[in-house]
Design a protein around this ligand. Structure first.
Ligand SMILES: NC(=O)c1ccc[n+]([C@@H]2O[C@H](COP(=O)([O-])OP(=O)(O)OC[C@H]3O[C@@H](n4cnc5c(N)ncnc54)[C@H](OP(=O)(O)O)[C@@H]3O)[C@@H](O)[C@H]2O)c1
Length: 343
């Protein structure tokens, strides 16, 4: 336990990421530093309790959970449950909220995010890239130490930037990355219907998630540029959604300046995974499939057996990631890293 009281956290939007953040907090030592004191979600408290207890992807909640009035009691901790669409109506001042984890995906602009601060929260962390005018965008392990006390609205990037940027950084240092192109192979998400439905303005997101591999828009190349400005204009990306519930991969292709081979690329990534990026980047030579990475807290795990090098300078790397659990764990890492800098 830490000597000081844990920071007071609110989760806004208790869907896949919000629920994983709460579970990851109780499955780790984060609870010593951070306490979720409120959840704001548009559903009712009994459904919220049910979806905390039972999860098709991550299994049953291992702790104790009860409903008392408008609160959940989780492992003895009271968590107030609110149901407000407008952040300005949230009692963040009364609850002394140090940080809102903005996990609703309902908006990405800083003007709406600022309404949480106007309601009394001291800071807000987006679970998505959000608009470029956020105070800072961080990928944990790469630039989280740049967070300062004066930052108020921050983005933790996306699950894909958290997977990709550590790999680019390691390869850039070793071989010099000239250009890159990526294909994200992503599990289904709640912006897709189970079968065809008028679900979204994007025609591809009207199509059955159960039955299709669906190309979707991705801002991953822009995300790389925001984190690594010297890569501006040198990356492109596409993404496919696949009919699985969780775990994704990025197929990465880089042109590098210094000629290399498969063994050297894997050595660099393995050293990063066991050294400066330990716990963030993983590395495996095992013959695994996607479900083996379910509930894996790394931002990405390099599949060494899939590394390829063409004519010395075209490098291909496959990196797996649990898009829910890995990213939720990074939300907690960034929260702790940021708040511990705040006096
Ligand atoms: N899932 C992933 O793998 C993943 C990974 C990294 C980042 N993200 C990002 O995280 C965000 C959330 O994604 P998700 O997959 O967790 O989505 P999700 O499962 O749809 O969860 C979002 C939740 O927020 C609720 N909500 C909507 N508007 C709200 C409001 N105004 N106030 C409070 N709650 C509200 C939604 O309720 P209703 O369903 O009733 O609308 C839903 O329960 C998105 O920006 C996404 O891009 C997702």
């Amino acid at each position: 336990m830490t000597d000081s009281a844990p920071f007071r956290i609110a989760i806004n939007g208790y869907g896949r990421i919000g629920q994983c953040v709460l579970r990851a907090l109780y499955e780790s030592d984060f609870r010593d530093h951070l306490q979720v004191v409120a959840i704001n979600e548009l559903s009712d408290i009994d459904t919220i309790a049910h979806l905390t207890r039972y999860d098709s992807t991550h299994g049953r909640f291992f702790g104790s959970l009860a409903v008392e009035g408008q609160s959940l009691i989780i492992n003895g901790d009271p968590v107030r449950v609110l149901r407000q669409a407008d952040p300005a109506d949230l009692p963040w001042e009364e609850l002394g909220i140090d940080l809102v984890l903005e996990c609703s995906g309902a908006y990405s602009d800083t003007a709406t995010a600022r309404r949480h601060l106007q309601a009394g929260a001291k800071r807000l962390l987006f679970s998505q890239p959000a608009e470029p005018d956020v105070d800072r965008t961080v990928v944990y392990g790469i630039n989280d130490t740049s967070l300062t006390e004066s930052d108020r609205i921050v983005s933790a990037g996306s699950c894909t930037t958290n997977c990709l940027v550590p790999v680019i950084s390691a390869l850039d240092k070793a071989f010099g990355v000239e250009q890159g192109s990526t294909t994200t192979i992503h599990a289904a998400m709640n912006d897709q219907p189970v079968i065809d439905a008028y679900h979204h303005q994007d025609l591809r997101l009207t199509r059955s998630a159960l039955h299709n591999v669906v190309p979707v828009d991705t801002g991953l190349a822009r995300g790389v540029e925001r984190l690594l400005p010297h890569m501006k204009g040198r990356f492109s990306s596409v993404a496919l959604r696949i009919p699985t519930m969780n775990v994704s991969a990025i197929d990465m292709v880089f042109n590098v300046r210094q000629s290399t081979d498969i063994a050297a690329v894997n050595r660099v990534l393995q050293q990063a995974a066991s050294g400066p990026l330990k716990g963030i980047l993983g590395y495996t030579n095992e013959l695994l499939a996607s479900s083996d990475f379910n509930h894996d807290a790394h931002s990405g795990v390099v599949d060494g057996g899939q590394t390829r090098v063409t004519q010395g300078t075209m490098v291909k790397v496959l990196c797996w990631f649990d898009n829910e659990w890995g990213f939720a764990s990074r939300m907690l890492d960034v929260s702790r890293s940021w708040l511990q800098r705040v006096k």
